[in-house]
Design a protein around this ligand. Structure first.
Ligand code: BGC
Length: 626
């Protein structure tokens, strides 16, 4: 039954309702959620509200297999990654990726403060964990193009293919200056010459967009929903380790460290790079993950880098030898050195509990945690993640799009380096004729997309077959290019007599290295895989041949060079093998120039342009034209 209420009483009630509304509104107004507020005010407001637990969550990045949305929500985790090859299912579609990333994002948004996550992956030559992505040439090939504008366009295309899968953070580019091709990561480096690597930092604005001209130095930048956060890696000197051994020690004085390895970082900071990843390597015996002078001191204070520093995969574990033998020490040394986000594979609670304990007992000062969280939040606000946290499906068609494949094909054409053309200058073999009777295509690498793409494709170590990759092999490209009347015969490793008996007009022999990554790629002999050398011998002795080398670096070729009529370095071209045929058959000329010195024998190594003792087979900058 309705109670009868007096007029005065009504007024009172109305007032009360109004007051409650005002109070609720005041309670609900969260400054940090207001995009009209200045950036620093938003960060300050959010930081004031955060507990230690929430702050430490922001400093944690965990591999997607080791965390569920529920666990992410429980620990306030700020960042998830797909480690190499870590995909929601084999050949997962862009839609599946978006759904998976969004499930994590929604779990983050439903925490008390609703801070969105970074989702990170290594899209180092296209969105290479993802089925049907365009795979661009690895950096060693891009260096040979000497074309920073092309590299920037590849960055922009990569950003679109990455966003197509809901991912907002890319662990690229590598800014390593590889000084020794025996290093297993050399293919991720644009060049042995810091000038070339510096120029190629255009990949950063490709991924993130162009920083506005009036921006303050060192301030991270992102141009919106079609761009992704970049990561300059691995800081610093990892391309200079002794004997090219991965994760080893770089022995150099500070001046040489600066002049050879540091400058590309300075360039990317100027271009607004959002993050920097620490190298596994040491500098003069000190692990970079524990190097406070270079991380907190040089990178953050001297270079005025305002983005965040992320550790490498299990990187802090390796501060001790053996790795993970004193994890508390690793955490303390890494965080005090200036690392803001720690990348974990699986030891989530071990990390969180230990870091929490160390902050509570003052082994790590709160000011260090606040510095880290400030930087992380700055990046998240800058990226617009608070306003646009969830991915939609509007970009899924960007994945492996025709435009991007055309761009990759162009990059392949530009990256090829012609090292020899004819046994004498007046007998060039290239460009090849399209309308001949019969051509031989031989070699282990002629028809294998896995080999063509190299490491960091589908899997960390790459794959050795074509099936999980969508693209065009060199063999198929040749078939599409020659005259319809020309017969193309494919034999992997034919005997000499067989080749002799077939009356080929010429042969194309495609050989090289098998895919690898990191320490698995370290090599002391740099040979092409068997039976490559015998294929070269058997074929080139009896028919005019062009040898195309698919490799992540210069390989031992001198012993066969006089038998070969023409020699092309194709590096790791990726999915668009048509780019190789475009140039072999003369639709386009050869323009690539070596961004690495090609040695005669491995005992000359390390040998880089500018060295006093410099006696290469082909010097840095070499490249014939057609
Ligand atoms: C690699 C980095 C990579 C990271 C995350 C490390 O092992 O060296 O290049 O970004 O893993 O996948």
């Amino acid at each position: 039954m309705m109670k009868k209420v007096s007029k005065g009483m009504k007024m009172k009630m109305l007032m009360m309702v109004l007051m409650v509304a005002v109070v609720t509104e005041a309670k609900e107004y969260m400054k940090y959620k207001d995009p009209k507020q200045p950036l620093n005010a938003r960060i300050r407001d959010l930081m004031k509200r955060m507990s230690l637990e929430e702050k430490i969550g922001q400093m944690t990045q965990i591999e997607r297999m080791s965390v569920s949305p529920t666990l992410l929500n429980k620990h306030f985790i700020g960042s998830v990654l797909s480690g190499a090859g870590s995909s929601p299912s084999p050949k997962a579609s862009a839609e599946e990726w978006v759904k998976m990333v969004n499930a994590f994002q929604k779990a983050a948004l439903s925490t008390r403060l609703g801070i969105p996550i970074f989702y990170g992956a290594d899209a180092t030559h296209g969105n290479n964990n993802v089925y049907n992505a365009t795979i661009f040439p690895h950096n060693v090939g891009l260096g040979a193009t000497r074309d920073p504008a092309l590299v920037k366009r590849i960055g922009a295309a990569t950003a679109l293919e990455v966003r197509a899968t809901g991912i907002n953070y890319n662990f690229a580019p590598s800014l390593a200056v590889c000084r020794d091709p025996r290093w297993g990561q050399c293919f991720e480096s644009y060049s042995e010459d810091p000038k070339v690597v510096r120029a190629m930092t255009e990949f950063v604005p490709g991924l993130q967009g162009d920083i506005p001209p009036a921006s303050r130095k060192g301030v991270p930048f992102l141009a919106g929903k079609t761009k992704v956060a970049a990561c300059a890696k691995g800081f610093v000197g990892e391309g200079g380790t002794v004997h090219g051994i991965d994760k080893n020690n770089t022995e150099l004085d500070f001046h040489r460290l600066l002049s050879i390895h540091m400058l590309p970082y300075l360039d990317s900071i100027r271009k607004g790079v959002i993050s920097v990843m620490v190298a596994y390597s040491s500098w003069n015996g000190k692990k970079m993950h524990a190097n406070r002078d270079l991380l907190a001191g040089f990178l953050k204070h001297k270079l005025k880098f305002r983005g965040f520093i992320i550790s490498s995969w299990r990187g802090i574990d390796r501060i001790t030898d053996p790795p993970h033998s004193n994890y508390s020490h690793s955490i303390q040394a890494g965080i005090l050195a200036g690392i803001d986000i720690v990348m974990l594979e699986d030891n989530l609670t071990e990390f969180i509990d230990d870091l929490t304990y160390q902050v509570k007992n003052n082994s790590i000062p709160m000011s260090r945690i606040d510095d880290a969280v400030w930087r992380i939040l700055r990046a998240k606000f800058t990226m617009g993640l608070f306003e646009n946290p969830l991915a939609d499906l509007s970009l899924v068609n960007q994945l492996g799009s025709q435009n991007h494949r055309e761009l990759a094909r162009e990059a392949v054409r530009r990256s090829l380096v012609l090292l020899k053309n004819g046994k004498s200058a007046n007998q060039p073999l290239l460009p090849l004729k399209k309308d001949v009777r019969k051509v031989l295509v031989a070699g282990t690498h002629a028809d294998n997309l896995g080999y063509q793409c190299g490491g960091w494709t589908v899997e960390w170590q790459g794959v050795q077959v074509s099936d999980p990759i969508v693209g065009t092999t060199v063999l198929n490209a040749i078939r599409k290019t020659v005259d319809p009347s020309t017969q193309v015969v494919h034999m992997k490793n034919p005997g000499m007599d067989l080749v002799k008996s077939q009356n080929f007009s010429y042969a194309i022999v495609v050989v090289g290295e098998v895919p690898y990554a990191e320490e698995y790629g370290d090599s002391t002999n740099l040979t092409i895989i068997e039976p490559g050398p015998s294929t070269i011998r058997n074929v080139c002795r009896v028919v005019r041949c062009v040898v195309v080398i698919i490799s992540g670096r210069p390989v031992t070729i001198e012993p066969y060079l006089d038998k070969i009529d023409a020699l092309v370095a194709a590096w790791l071209p990726g999915t668009e093998g048509q780019g190789v045929a475009d140039v072999l058959f003369g639709q386009y000329g050869f323009t690539g120039k070596l961004a690495r010195t090609w040695f005669k024998s491995v005992d000359q190594l390390p040998m880089s342009v500018g060295d006093l003792r410099y006696d290469p087979l082909f010097p840095f900058g070499f490249g014939l034209t057609t």
